[in-house]
Write a protein that binds this ligand. Structure first.
Ligand SMILES: N[C@H](CCC[C@H](N)C(=O)O)C(=O)O
Length: 286
């Protein structure tokens, strides 16, 4: 099976063109196998690029643990780049079908290849039952959760971008990988917390100004990643809901930067960032 390795500011996936290849029989098992950074290709998961009846292509995203997610922001930018650069559809504006419906992307092309992509990520989903979470509030804003850890209490603001996100505002010590990386130990406590029936992606945010933050992420199903596109969108929305940041936001993630805007005009969140193709390869099929 032919695959293409791509990343969105370091959030790397194995991409399989299922428009021109047979889709894998068990994508969850394949994601677990290819994601292994020692016995496989090494990635945060697997993304299938499939035909679509109602869009230029369809994206299916699987985390490294094999769980399928409704959405993936960094992945959607790379899918858009693949669809254009590999000749599936070469328009400057594409429609891509995702687990949360058809989303529109605008391509920035340089020397015939997509360099950056602006994605309309759709409206944030704020009803607690749809996030989903059992925490109070539609959505929960600055709601405390407790868990078994020395840092066992955090206030979270929860938002869905088609997939669930918990945003916590923290001080500097969380941003650095020390001997005891707080994101690596607190992240899973939040991911698996009883308040989140379908688990959740956890984001730790340091506010610099009302238009600039630094964030780190523990992803549902993949653990620490260098970036999370839907998470950055959730951080933009949470910033407005908590009054900490404005509707336009520059987010610094370990793998690079994303530009976000939660538009007052159409209530949609826009995410702009790069998409990079690294190499192609052949994965042995039985
Ligand atoms: N782990 C996420 C999916 C990938 C999201 C992230 N990589 C992005 O760029 O949005 C989830 O289970 O909801």
């Amino acid at each position: 099976m032919q695959f293409t390795k791509m990343h969105g500011i370091g959030n790397d996936y194995v991409y399989v063109d299922c428009v021109r290849q047979k889709p894998p029989a068990d994508p969850a098992a394949l994601s677990r196998a290819v994601s292994d950074r020692h016995f496989g290709i090494g990635s945060d998961g697997l993304i299938l690029i499939c035909p679509s009846e109602r869009a230029d292509a369809r994206m299916r995203m699987f985390n490294a643990d094999g769980s399928e997610s409704e959405m993936c922001g960094n992945g959607l930018r790379c899918v858009s780049k693949f669809v254009h650069d590999h000749g599936i559809a070469t328009k400057p504006r594409l429609a891509i079908e995702t687990g949360r419906g058809v989303l529109t992307v605008d391509l920035e092309v340089k020397a015939g290849k997509v360099a950056r992509v602006r994605v309309n990520m759709g409206e944030p989903i704020l009803e607690s039952a749809k996030i989903p979470t059992t925490l109070p509030g539609d959505p929960p804003v600055n709601v405390p959760i407790t868990f078994d850890h020395p840092k066992g209490r955090l206030e979270v603001t929860c938002v869905s971008m088609g997939n669930p996100h918990a945003v916590a505002y923290i001080d500097d010590e969380w941003l650095h990988v020390g001997e005891q990386d707080l994101v690596a130990t607190v992240g899973p406590k939040i991911e698996h917390h009883e308040a989140f029936p379908r688990r959740i992606n956890a984001h730790f945010v340091k506010v610099h100004t009302p238009s600039e933050v630094t964030m780190r992420t523990w992803e549902r199903g993949s653990g620490i990643t260098l970036a999370c596109g839907t998470g950055a969108c959730a951080v933009c929305v949470a910033g407005v809901l908590t009054g900490r940041t404005g509707r336009k936001l520059l987010a610094h993630l370990p793998g690079g930067d994303l530009e976000l805007e939660w538009s007052e005009a159409d209530n949609c969140v826009y995410m702009t960032g790069p998409a990079t193709e690294v190499f192609t390869g052949e994965w042995p099929t039985a």
